[in-house]
Design a protein. Structure first.
Length: 317
């Protein structure tokens, strides 16, 4: 019998989805790809394959999980299997450069960003932000990796040449203009089956690391987009949220065959919206959802169930 196969490297982030699949009595199999093998001489099983590989896998000791997942996804796609968030989604998950280029392609404004490899080039790139605040971040990131705020090139030099400099796992450091929200919050828009589900307001008043960087603190004391958070008051679903950018987001997701994602933006004092992250390994805050009665993982599980039923109908037909 066909199943839903959940591809990932972090049990903690996947447990909430598994619980929903059980709740709906959907057949599933857990594919933990922190390590493993791919036998290219055999065909994969029939089913629906949902990729939840994370860009931050290396911070949990799973340095090559995305590379293994890339091989698995290529294998699945070669055999014509139904893959949710396939190879292209993974490419964007592990590269903010690709994310920004795709967003800009569809008319979505992103912060001014320069990618640099090598400390000398990082310092040189800072000249483009002279007189302005800017941040550094990792190209392959998650959890706020490498996020630091700077007000001058000299401050950046002290960091880059000091003992606390964080080398990106792919070697690519991003320098990005610092977008300041007058009300100290960012908005994360959730999408299931490529369609807008809801938006969450995330309070960033406790640190610039959340604004406009990935919405997780550098030291990982809490994960604002996680199902469980030590500071749930930071999150509030924005009831009735609507914005012209949502249509553009849906076009970006459709063009890249991304069916489940969270997209984050920040709004400056003049009302300009800057989008800075596409997260294809999306999670949800349980307390915010409980207050609104909207449940992201439940919707994901229902979507996967519908895809499985469509596959069964195709086989029967």
């Amino acid at each position: 019998m066909s199943k839903i196969y959940v591809i990932h490297e972090n049990n903690e982030w996947t447990a909430h989805l598994i619980n929903r699949l059980k709740e709906l009595n959907l057949p599933y199999e857990d594919w933990l790809l922190d390590s493993g093998t791919v036998d290219l001489s055999v065909a994969p099983p029939e089913g629906i394959f949902y990729n939840r590989m994370s860009a931050s896998s290396h911070t949990r000791g799973n340095r090559f999980a995305p590379e293994l997942t890339n091989a698995v996804l290529a294998w699945l796609e070669h055999h014509g299997r139904t893959v949710i968030n396939g190879s292209r989604a993974l490419q964007l998950e592990v590269s903010k450069v690709l994310q920004y280029l795709e967003l800009e392609k569809y008319g979505v404004k992103t912060p001014k960003t320069i990618a640099a490899v090598g400390k000398e080039n990082i310092l040189k790139a800072a000249q483009a932000f002279e007189g302005k605040k800017f941040i550094t971040k990792h190209n392959r990131a998650g959890k706020g990796l490498g996020v630091q705020l700077f007000t001058s090139a000299s401050a950046l030099q002290n960091y880059v040449e000091g003992d606390t400099f964080e080398e990106p796992v792919d070697g690519v450091t991003l320098l990005q203009e610092y977008i300041e929200s007058p009300e100290s919050y960012i908005t994360r828009c959730e999408f299931v089956n490529g369609k807008f589900l809801y938006a969450v307001r995330v309070d960033t008043s406790e640190g610039f690391e959340l604004c406009p960087a990935d919405a997780c603190t550098i030291d990982d004391l809490f994960c604002p987009v996680g199902e469980e958070s030590s500071q749930p008051a930071k999150f509030q679903i924005r009831e009735g949220f609507d914005h012209p950018v949502l249509e553009k987001y849906e076009r970006v997701l459709a063009a890249n065959n991304i069916r489940v994602a969270g997209i984050e933006f920040i709004e400056d004092k003049d009302g300009n919206v800057y989008t800075y992250d596409i997260n294809t390994n999306t999670n949800y805050n349980s307390e915010a959802e409980a207050k609104s009665g909207k449940y992201g993982m439940l919707e994901v599980a229902k979507f996967l169930g519908n895809e499985l039923e469509n596959l069964h109908e195709l086989v029967r037909g």
